[in-house]
Design a protein around this ligand. Structure first.
Ligand SMILES: Cc1ncc(COP(=O)(O)O)c(C=O)c1O
Length: 384
């Protein structure tokens, strides 16, 4: 592969040359823990033990690195394992970090309930407002600025380039969780971010059949330090999970185009619906981050959140009434999902600064026939 190859070409070919022994067109699932050595220390191709490296995982890592335009990526057993490895590597007890005011509940829980016990302290930052983040950076020494964009579940947009400048001027790293956008829609490293985090469980995998995570980094020295922690702590992606993720990645661009198209129509329908008080979708011109999203994203993604005028109980009832939107956690698969963040994915942030409104519903808009999806939502909201 060359740097000139387009995204779709890289997704199908990067890290995935036909097998040199058999010619297999798809990287095999190397379901193996250890490798024969040609004499002590005589490794073939650098493989000695599959926690340290495994050829199927290597294929996935090379592909993810190519898609984010980076020299190196590391694949993990889950998004949370990736985040854990990153924080252990770039932070030390006593450090202070900025966490976003809207984020996946599990990410906030990692800071608030796990790393707080290790001595890592945090402040919550309004990452859509760079001037406010700058003030926080000026007030004390910050090691890491953590951002999601779009955010989960309120679909807030952070200006990656401006945040990177602010973080770097203060000597901090900018980490961007790119799970909602996927590298097809947005490449944070090109905009100045230092590390990209993925839950590959979502759009990269794309079929709701595998849990995984990744870190993608621009700086080879930092990548080396992360690889050391990954091997030392062991939260790696297994060979079959790596293979499933890689298979999903091949169709990422085609799926994302359809997710985005369907989500835009869903958002437009909801914006006109009498039961809906607010639609949160960066593709709508009324969204406060619309202009920034237009500048830094190829399209606006497949996630749509909205609030119901009739309140929390009506939102819970609507979540139980859909026919095609499946009530469930997670997102980014080909099938549409619906959920109530306050009682499901974000229950762990209740009572925290990241608490989400009870009248909020989050949709992961799949790639089904969009007319069917619109009909399904209309009937679910019919008496809300
Ligand atoms: C934005 C975001 N980041 C990280 C994660 C954690 O990833 P995983 O569930 O693969 O551990 C999630 C999970 O929902 C997420 O939505």
């Amino acid at each position: 592969m060359t740097n000139q190859d387009g995204f779709e070409t890289l997704a199908i070919h990067a890290g995935q040359e036909p097998d040199t022994v058999t010619g297999a067109v798809v990287p095999p699932i190397y379901q193996v823990s250890t490798y024969k050595q040609d004499g002590v220390g005589g490794l073939r191709g650098g493989y000695e033990y599959s926690r340290s490296a495994n050829p199927t995982r290597t294929a996935l890592e090379q592909c993810l690195a190519a898609l984010e335009g980076a020299p190196r990526a590391l694949a993990f057993a889950s998004g949370m394992a990736a985040e854990d490895c990153l924080l252990r590597t770039v932070c030390s007890p006593g450090d202070h970090v900025l966490v976003p005011d809207d984020a996946y509940g599990g990410t906030y829980r990692l800071f608030a309930r796990v790393f707080s016990g290790w001595g890592l302290t945090h402040d919550v930052a309004p990452i859509s407002h760079v001037a406010a983040v700058r003030e926080q950076l000026a007030a004390r020494k910050i090691t890491v600025v953590w951002a999601e964009t779009p955010t989960n579940p309120l679909l807030g947009i952070a200006d990656i380039r401006a945040l990177a400048e602010a973080a770097h001027e203060a000597g901090a790293l900018l980490v961007v969780d790119n799970t909602f956008a996927s590298p097809y829609l947005q490449q944070p490293l090109a905009l100045g971010a230092d590390v990209v985090v993925h839950s590959t469980t979502k759009y990269l995998g794309g079929h709701s059949d595998v849990v995984g995570g990744a870190l993608v980094v621009a700086d080879p020295e930092l990548a080396e330090r992360l690889a050391f922690t990954q091997n030392a702590t062991g939260g790696v992606a297994g060979p079959f999970d790596s293979w499933l993720t890689l298979r999903g990645v091949k169709t990422l661009a085609a799926r994302m185009d359809r997710h985005c198209r369907n989500a835009m129509r869903v958002a437009q329908m909801l914006a006109e619906h009498p039961a809906v008080s607010e639609v949160l979708y960066p593709g709508l011109p009324s969204h406060p981050g619309h202009k920034t999203a237009q500048e830094q994203m190829r399209a606006f993604g497949g996630m749509v959140s909205f609030r119901l005028l009739a309140g929390e109980e009506a939102a819970v009832r609507a979540c139980g009434r859909t026919r095609l939107f499946t009530l469930g956690e997670s997102l980014g698969g080909v099938e549409s999902l619906i959920e109530h963040p306050a009682r499901m994915t974000h229950a762990s942030v209740t009572g925290s600064p990241l608490e989400v409104p009870g009248d909020l519903i989050r949709l992961s808009v799949g790639i089904e026939d969009c007319d069917d999806l619109l009909d399904d939502l209309r009937q679910a909201l019919s008496d809300s």
